[in-house]
Write a protein that binds this ligand. Structure first.
Ligand SMILES: [Zn+2]
Length: 105
């Protein structure tokens, strides 16, 4: 089954709520979503290593907008003006499972 988000929005001042068509719901820290930005300026596309430092991210980082990209990804606009990351659904789902906390369904 293809995982598709059914809802994405603020959960708290520091966490994003992401609901999935699987019934899963997660609260994911903004700072982790920002840190794991998949764009070419945040990760080395050959080695997969992060080129962004976690300590360089403001603790009050937050999304200013979230746009759907086709039917496969979301683009998150961040308060640090960074917006080049396309979070493919599979990747976003993995981030939810690894960096988020599951909420009661
Ligand atoms: Zn990025």
């Amino acid at each position: 089954m293809n995982v598709t988000p059914t809802q994405i929005g603020p959960y708290s001042s520091t966490e994003m709520l992401v609901s999935w068509n699987t019934g899963e719901k997660y609260a994911v820290p903004y700072i982790e979503l920002r840190y794991y930005c998949p764009c070419a300026s945040c990760v080395d596309e050959h080695t997969g290593e992060r080129t962004i430092q976690r300590t360089s991210i403001s603790p009050d980082i937050r999304p200013t907008d979230v746009q759907l990209v086709g039917r496969y990804a979301v683009q998150i606009y961040w308060s640090d003006q960074h917006s080049t990351g396309m979070y493919h659904y599979d990747r976003l789902h993995e981030l939810c499972r690894k960096q988020g906390r599951a909420l009661a369904q």
